[in-house]
Design a protein around this ligand. Sequence first.
Ligand code: ATP
Ligand code: MG
Length: 574
Amino acid sequence: MMTENAAKPPPESDAESSEAPRDFIREIVRGDLAEGRVVGVVTRFPPEPNGYLHIGHAKSVCLNFGVAMEFGGHCNLRFDDTNPVKEEVEYIEAIGADVRWLGFDWGEHLHYASDYFEQLYEWAEHLIGGGHAYVDDLTADEIREYRGTLTEPGRDSPHRAREPEENLDLLRRMRAGDFANGERVLRAKIDMASGNINLRDPVLYRILHAEHPRTGDAWCIYPTYDFAHGQSDAIEGVTHSLCTLEFEDHRPLYDWLIEHLPVPSRPRQYEFARLNLTHTVLSKRRLMQLVDEGRVAGWDDPRLPTLAGMKRRGVPPEAIREFAQRIGVAKGEAQVEVQALEACIREHLNRVAARRMAILNPLKVVIENYPQGADDRDGELLDAINNPEDAEAGTRKVPFGREIWIERDDFMEDPPKKFFRLGPGREVRLRYAYFITCTDVIKDAAGEVIELRCTYDPATKGGDAPDGRKVRGTLHWVEAANAIEGEVNLYDHLFADPDPGKDRDWLEDLNPDSLRVVKDAKLEPALAESPMGRAVQFERLGYFAADLTSKRGKPVFNRTVALRDSWARMQAKG
Ligand code: ATP
Ligand code: MG
């Protein structure tokens, strides 16, 4: 039974694995509930609003919301907005929209670390009062120098011994704006010789005379992520604070803070491995650089691993949730092949995507014995199946006529034996239509094939010959008189190397051919009205979704994913 506040499950879909996921985190939660260590489960997804969410974040979103849902708890969406210099309202809005698009709902559990600034500040004074924090006048460089290294202990700051009264006075003056950026910081007083560098008197507050997207100019000191994070969890009653492995070494600091503060609850942190994907960078800093330097068209460029980019590309959220479930959650760092994500997309779209016909590299075919009408609008309407995987998707009418387009690759003037498509004198099936035989090849002055002449067999309507003769090839086609002209963006991996930056600067691994634009694709009329971002299958070619730059009568399609994994095949061939 779900409580009223429980995270809502994503829309039903039999496309997704029905088995409940099992992993070490879920085992811990199960154990905590069974042993009564917690009474309900509260998780949170805590993005910093300094960029757009990517597929790595999706792993964390699916884990946090998934665990909360499975155990009847709830998941908070909390913006960790402690660094006003890098954070923007645009990102806050985009992140919310992306989490919703992924299929999760935080209900009333929307929070901001900035809502806790007053409480966090009070706790800073509390630490000073107990002799557990001090104001330091060292510069950032000096603090770094005093901190020591992995092999050498740090040294005490000359200000470490300040009395609580003086520290309190200085912190209040920091808050009042008496000092410039960087002039002073508040540090926890823990242990400058600790083997864990995070415990060598970490900075808790810094001076930043900067406007905050939510608190405006109310503050000129801001808590560090390390000071805000665990306490925010405690304020929200988060029971299981799930984060990626790089925070494992911070856990002793979070625990220390919780032990030294009168917090209302005791969160426990568990770390899991972040998602790494081949041919992909998953770091907001790098993604931002690609956007800022104009190497991609924006945060929603369909080649980016951002959720906004994948949505625009036509990736269904169900495929991302399925992917998250298949890769699972573990402690060991690993790199997942991007093909695993593509397989999830393909499998889902195969079940749900409507089939359509489109020609990306057109070659004209004139069917000479097809009855010529009074004008070229004449012809007939044939029935085409919308989705062989889904009988309820029904059929549609596709115009057929004397002139059609086929793919240039589907014809060879001098075909080898195994080429089952069109060649001089050869017969093939046109999908949903007739058998045609190539009778003549027309070339331009340069010798390039510009048109084929064919005959059709009217008795083969629907795709079978009454005399039982067989053809090996079935081609897709688009009737010329009613075709819509469109543009198609063909995407390849944004990074040519599976591990960008492994052998050289990561930017040098950018794939110069990650986008190829087809200007004069011929599309069947049903493609005029394609909802943005909802992929259809172009038969024999792949899955494609209308882009937001589509115009009436001039659609633009993005290739979501090819029908088969041509990359893997190419690699295998060397
Ligand atoms: P990036 O490394 O891309 O800059 P981040 O960790 O700085 O990301 P946050 O906004 O702090 O971004 O992340 C929010 C949550 O998403 C955190 O709990 C973080 O651990 C998780 N997260 C970020 N990247 C990944 C990833 N690649 N795999 C799994 N979880 C991730
Ligand atoms: Mg982070």
